[in-house]
Write a protein that binds this ligand. Structure first.
Ligand code: COA
Length: 167
């Protein structure tokens, strides 16, 4: 568990599953993903994130703001890309928590854990997902080109991704 001010990054709890599924089913929150996720798909993600934390001691943590589940951030091993294996930092927050700097603050803490396990951390998102790549830039990461995400359909405007690396 990591505690910084009003934020806590911690292992997932069963009580997170419902608000996380609601976030994943929200079309606005998921507008830069090919589609929203069902409750079952959301639960599979929770299981995967929790297992990564159990196995390695770090991963994509649930984030609480003032004791309320707000989303996730953390680092996990990305596979299946030209630049992988690579330690990737990522985030997804409920829209009620956007615009207050929480994602960047939580990610900064996650990044310091990431550096304990890898000399470099990467991040990537759809070119169109400006809110996400702006978090990368606030973290001081540098843009290192673009690539087509192999798991996004070829005709999707979300296929083109930007890759960022820590300096
Ligand atoms: C990506 C995402 C986490 C970014 O959220 P965000 O709220 O823009 O980012 P932060 O939490 O870092 O907040 C930064 C904003 O808060 C503002 N802010 C307000 N008070 C602040 C404070 N005290 N400290 C810092 N920033 C503050 C900043 O000015 C900035 O606003 P701006 O973008 O209008 O300049 C969010 O859009 C999200 O969860 N999207 C859906 C999931 C997603 O796309 N994930 C990424 C997939 S790759």
């Amino acid at each position: 568990m990591i505690s910084i001010g009003r934020l806590v990054l911690r292992q997932w709890r069963d009580s997170d599953r419902e608000p996380f599924a609601a976030l994943n089913a929200d079309p606005e929150t998921m507008r830069y993903f090919p589609r929203t996720f069902t409750r079952e798909e959301s639960d599979v993600q929770v299981d995967r994130f929790a297992a990564h934390i159990d196995a390695l001691g770090y991963g994509l943590w649930a984030v609480e703001v003032d004791g309320v589940f707000a989303g996730f951030t953390g680092v996990c091993w990305a596979e299946g890309f030209a630049f992988s294996p690579a330690l990737e930092i990522g985030w997804r927050f409920d829209k009620a928590f956007w615009g207050r700097g929480y994602a960047t603050e939580a990610a900064r803490a996650a990044l310091s854990v990431g550096f304990l396990h890898a000399p470099e951390v990467v991040s990537f998102t759809a070119v169109l997902n400006e809110p996400s790549w702006r978090v990368m830039e606030r973290l001081g990461m540098r843009r290192d080109g673009e690539f087509d995400h192999p798991r996004v359909p070829a005709d999707s405007p979300l296929r083109r991704h930007v890759l960022y690396r820590t300096p």
